[in-house]
Design a protein around this ligand. Structure first.
Ligand SMILES: [Zn+2]
Length: 84
């Protein structure tokens, strides 16, 4: 009888395009920035009180990180007011 230990392997994929960005190495293909996004928010009960953490964390490959960063920058622009 013999025992063989097989070490665990962590595979990270982009949460947007599903491409594998790391197969256990420090940084894989298209993951030079080691990018990701954390969206912080509370979960609310029926009365509107915060009852739990409902934050989300996303791993993003370099092209998707760039796309998401551009979308955030556009969303953070102040609303344009119509001229009077
Ligand atoms: Zn991606």
């Amino acid at each position: 009888m013999s025992t063989q230990n097989i070490p665990a392997k962590s595979i990270t994929s982009c949460d947007r395009c599903k491409a594998v960005v790391s197969d256990g190495k420090a940084r894989g293909t298209n993951w030079a920035y080691g990018g990701g996004l954390t969206l912080r928010r509370n979960a609310l009960d029926h009365a509107g009180a915060a009852v739990a953490d409902d934050s989300r964390m996303y791993d993003l490959c370099d092209p998707c990180l760039h796309a998401v960063a551009q979308a955030i920058a556009a969303a953070m622009e102040p609303p344009k007011r119509r001229p009077l």
